[in-house]
Design a protein around this ligand. Structure first.
Ligand code: AMP
Ligand code: MG
Length: 465
């Protein structure tokens, strides 16, 4: 097996990470391997038994520089001064055939100095959920970390539910730099490290940026674009803590995430989010809150603090308008309007209100809009007809709608069904979901587009630990 490592993070100061190898497991077995992604990364796998050894962490590949990264973060609004990779090891970086540098990380690879009370492991369910959902997000054109492999460890781990099969996810990301990576040095007053990290992030992700405030502006823009894309597919991240906010602007850390079935602005799936802090409709506001934390950290390195505070405030305050524009552009496309006017905001909001009142399925309502079947999504059909007539006067583009609105998303009940099957040794539902989600705009597998029946509804998702 050959992975063409070209590592840069490992050259940063020792304070940024702890070098260590993954902890070997009993009986590695490759469950899923993403050949397209491997090709993009220039990885030649050859023997799959050897690949399983590498992706389970039993064998360290040549030229890897394994390490666990240090970071901190606000979790549900409260600052944790030290988090870090508690169950992950960065093997190193590769430069893909597209010229982009990416991390290759093992998640669930055993304890590290940052594990705190955790066992450093992951179980099969969250590993396969992250595999399927992250690859689905990628196919939907949404920036995201990706899944290169899922490997069973042959060991059981203990969770609330009892003994569960362990697994390791091989995760690929443009980087694992988080808002929390900046916070840890800023809060400790380690300004030299903060400067080094800022330079590294600029160089790696936003080479046009000249100053820390340019970096802030670029990350705010990337996060605003990301969150509006989530909204447009009904995605709820579930744990938008600052340690899960990527500097590269990718979706990262698929824990208790979910796609909505019936639309509701306040929808929450995460079992740990009792207050609804990260509910569907809260996500844009939380993205701004997270960027305010990044701003606060970046400012610590500026010579003229007052000027920096002023500039950073202006940048963060510009985000709501960016989010609104992004929301309008994305949702207007969903109803077939390529160049929305400000008035179209009302048109879209009125549809969403009808959908919320009637519990209409988010994905299928938009997908069905060009057809007579759209009406069937509503109980109050007269109200929908009135909206429909208003909408028709905007002469929507059906090709735009069909190119925008997915037919298939990773629905929760399908994910849960897939996990149960995989635990029982049947990977067929995983393969089926993955295949259909690779082309989300096409109706190749209509049964996967069906919303859950009352009995199939999954009310809550549990954190990916
Ligand atoms: P998350 O909620 O998955 O973003 O994780 C938050 C923090 O908890 C990170 O520092 C993780 O590395 C750590 N963590 C989560 N699960 C485990 C585990 N099973 N063992 C050790 N650390 C964990
Ligand atoms: Mg995390």
């Amino acid at each position: 097996m050959h992975i063409p490592f070209d590592n840069s993070y490992a050259a940063l100061p020792d304070a940024f990470y702890t070098r260590l190898n993954p902890t070997p497991v009993k009986a590695p077995h490759l469950l899923a391997y993403n050949t397209d992604l491997a090709a993009l990364l220039g990885i030649e796998v050859g023997d799959l038994t050897e690949a399983a050894q590498v992706f389970a962490g039993n064998q360290t590949p040549d030229n890897a520089a394994p390490l666990a990264q240090l970071y901190a973060g606000h979790q549900f609004g409260n600052y944790s001064p030290q988090l870090g990779d508690g169950r992950a090891v960065l093997l190193g970086e590769v430069i893909g055939t597209d010229g982009i540098r990416r991390d290759i990380q093992l998640k669930g690879s055993g304890p590290t100095p940052y594990s705190r009370m955790g066992d450093g492991r992951a179980w099969l369910g969250p590993v396969l959920r992250e595999y399927v959902v992250s690859e689905a997000m990628h196919a939907l054109g949404i920036p995201t970390t990706r899944a290169l492999a899922a490997t069973a460890t042959g060991e059981n781990i203990w969770r609330e539910q009892g003994a569960l099969p362990g697994a390791v996810l091989t995760r690929v990301a443009r980087s694992h730099l988080r808002v929390g990576t900046f916070q840890v040095f800023a809060h400790r007053g380690e300004v030299e490290h903060l400067k080094t990290l800022t330079g590294y992030a600029i160089n790696r992700h936003y080479p046009d940026a000249k100053t820390p405030m340019d970096l802030l502006r670029a990350v705010c823009t990337a996060q605003a674009e990301l969150v509006t894309k989530w909204m447009a597919v009904g995605f709820i991240h579930g744990v938008m803590n600052t340690d899960n906010a990527s500097i590269a602007g990718e979706t990262i850390d698929y824990g208790p995430c979910a796609f909505m079935d019936a639309f509701h602005q306040n929808r929450v799936f995460s079992s740990i989010d009792q207050q609804g802090r990260y509910a569907f409709g809260q996500q844009p506001g939380i993205a701004v809150w997270n960027m305010a934390q990044l701003a606060t950290s970046l400012i610590q390195q500026m010579d003229d603090r007052d000027a920096a505070v002023e500039e950073a405030t202006a940048i963060v305050h510009a985000m709501p308008a960016q989010l609104e524009t992004g929301w309008l552009t994305n949702f207007a496309a969903k109803i077939g309007i390529a160049n929305p006017a400000q008035d179209d905001t009302k048109l879209i909001e009125d549809l969403l209100t009808l959908m919320q009142t009637d519990g209409a399925d988010f994905t299928n309502t938009f997908r069905a809009l060009p057809t007579d079947a759209a009406r069937d999504q509503f109980t109050n059909r007269d109200a929908f007809d009135v909206w429909h007539a208003r909408w028709q006067s905007r002469t929507p583009s059906i090709p735009l709608m069909n190119a925008t609105n997915p037919a298939v998303i990773p629905r929760n009940h399908r994910i849960e069904e897939m996990i149960s099957a995989a635990v029982a040794g049947d990977m067929a539902p995983f393969e089926r979901l993955n295949a259909a989600l690779a082309t989300p705009l096409s109706e190749t597998d209509p049964d996967l587009a069906r919303p859950p029946t009352q009995a199939e509804i999954v009310p809550a998702t549990f954190c990916g630990t």
